[in-house]
Structure formats: C-alpha cells, structure tokens
Design a protein around this ligand. Structure first.
Ligand SMILES: [Zn+2]
Length: 325
C-alpha cells in the first residue's frame, strides 16, 4: 500500500490529511497556525500537524510517497519556502516548507502550490465536469484564482500567477487595496474590504437608510449579507459587489477561456445566492467569447486541502490521467 498526504497552510489554520492509494482520507489533523516568532516556528507547526495526521491514519511518515501543499504565498519556489506572508506577523520572513517535509517523509516528491492553485487542482480531480480549461476563484479575506489552461496548471516562474484580485476593476480607484494600489477587485469585493466599501457607498448617498453598524469597529461583511432584502444600503452594496465581481470574472474569462469556473472561499460559499448567482447572470451579457459554466465548489472549506492531496496523487496536476498509481 502507498500513501499520500496533503497540507493546507493558511494564515489561521494549518491542516493535513493522509490518503490511501484511492485518495480516501484515512487520517487528518488541524492546528492553529503558529504566530511565530520566526518562520521556523511555522514550519515546525506544519510538520507537527502532518505527523499528527500520520498518527491518526496509523501510517509511518516514511510510508508516504508524495505530498502536496496548498499554502499562503508569496513563494521562493527554488527554495520551496513562503516569503514575507502578508497575514502573519512581520517577524515571520521565511517559512521553509518543501525541504523539511521531504525530510520528514523521506521522499523528494513534494509539490508546493499557492492555495488557489491547490483549489483548481482539487476541482480538476473531484468535480464531475473537469475540462482541461478551468479556473478556481476564491472570494474570502482576499480574492485570487488558480488557472488550468490547456491542461496545465499555470504557476508562473515564482508560483504567484493568478493574482486576479489585484486586477483593476475601478479605474477611478476609489478604494486602496491592501497591496497599496488603487481600484483593485479585492479592494471592493473581498470579505475584508466589504465593510469599508459599504461605508463609502453610505457617504456617497446619505439619503439611503440603513441599519448596518457602519461606525462599529466590529462591523463585518457578514452583517451586510445578513440584512439582504431588509436593508436599503445592504441591498445596494450587494448589487455593487455583483457589478465589480462580474467585471473581474469577465476579465478572467477573456484572459483564460475557461469552460468551467468554480468559486470557493467563505464569502462565495456562504452567500451563493447573493454573490455567485448575480455573477452568473451578469457575466453572460459581458463576454464576447464562450460563457463558462459558473458554479460553487462541492468541496467547500476542504477544497485547498483536497487539492493538495490530489496534487500528491497526480504529480502536481490534479489530472486523473496522470495518477501516480
Ligand atoms: Zn491589490
């Protein structure tokens, strides 16, 4: 029997699964992502989580033949490390991943992907419809895409391709993105951005009534979606989000010609009717090429983790024709 492992390193949690040669999960583990002080502490947290998943599966780490990792970026791919991750403390400048995991499992088959690429790999492996051209888009605290074009996962030289959340959707640039530039898709439509966007729209038109706690520092995107249908401002925000989301998705369609686009990430997963359905309606009128099927991943919060495991089983591709066997 051969075994595979998948690792999902996020800013909040690190998760690991061990699967058998059919891809059935037989062990799993989850821990809070260490907050440092150094990147090595995060590496150790990852190794500990992977070891715990092995214990849960009753498998020795050395019995694992390949590991896939879906991780927050950005990367130094040559070193197999995360460099200066945005959502972890500043003292964490470098998180070695590939080398230490290769050592733990005694295999050099370790595939490192950014989390959205792991997402598209998971969709490719598990979705009932999995053409050679598909895109996974996450709308969560940020926005990003994993792209499979002509059967190849597009990683980019540094592993950071697919940063579609930093495409300009609003040339007026009214909101500044976390990356420091203006008008980016993520600066309007990510879970982190929605509260500020709601405040901006409220300032634009003070005659719009609202029960949203705009002044409350704990005001979140969830408040907006919860008041949908009952609050004039919430409905206006949701309508404007659909506008920018559709522009962002139309840009992705024209860039990569996907047959299927799958959405994941908390904002999309928890608000399919308010976020994804309006995108589907609008995009069909905005593209000059093939209108892709637009759906929500069936893998839910596990899409990155399942994608990492699928990567291990398919030599980093998610393509069932390339099963390691
Ligand atoms: Zn940006």
């Amino acid at each position: 029997m051969v075994y595979y492992a998948g690792v999902d390193l996020g800013a909040t949690n690190v998760r690991a699964v061990v699967g058998d040669d059919e891809g059935t999960t037989i062990g799993r583990s989850r821990n809070a992502t260490p907050r440092g002080p150094t990147g090595i502490d995060v590496t150790e947290g990852v190794l500990e989580t992977l070891r715990a998943a092995c214990v849960d599966a009753g498998v020795d780490p050395e019995e694992i033949v390949a590991v896939g990792i879906g991780s927050i970026g950005p990367f130094d791919l040559a070193e197999g490390a995360v460099i200066d991750p945005a959502n972890l403390p500043d003292s964490i400048d470098r998180i070695p991943l590939t080398g230490p995991i290769e050592k733990l499992v005694d295999s050099d088959e370790v595939y490192l992907h950014n989390d959205t690429n792991a997402g598209v790999i998971g969709e490719r492996f598990h979705a009932s419809r999995n053409p050679d051209d598909m895109v996974y888009i996450t709308i969560s605290s940020g926005i990003g895409a994993g792209v499979c074009c002509d059967g190849e996962i597009i990683g980019g030289w540094d592993g950071n391709a697919g940063e579609v959340g930093h495409c300009v959707v609003d040339p007026r640039g009214r909101l500044t993105c976390g990356c420091g530039h203006d008008g980016h898709w993520e600066a309007y439509c990510s879970g982190n951005a929605i509260p500020d966007y709601a405040r901006l729209l409220a300032e634009d038109d003070p005659t719009i009534s609202t029960g949203l706690p705009l002044e409350d520092p704990d005001f979140t995107a969830r408040d907006v979606f919860e008041l949908a249908g009952d609050d004039e401002l919430a409905d206006y925000v949701i309508d404007q989000l659909a506008h920018w989301n559709a522009i962002g998705v139309a840009n992705v369609v024209h860039s990569f010609a996907p047959i299927v686009i799958s959405f994941g990430g908390a904002v999309a997963l928890h608000n399919e009717e308010l976020v994804v359905d309006p995108i589907r309606e609008r995009v069909s009128e905005m593209v000059m090429s093939n209108v892709p099927e637009i759906r929500v991943t069936d893998l839910g919060d596990d899409v990155v983790l399942e994608g990492a495991l699928a990567s291990a089983m398919t030599r980093g591709t998610g393509d069932r024709r390339r099963l390691r066997g």
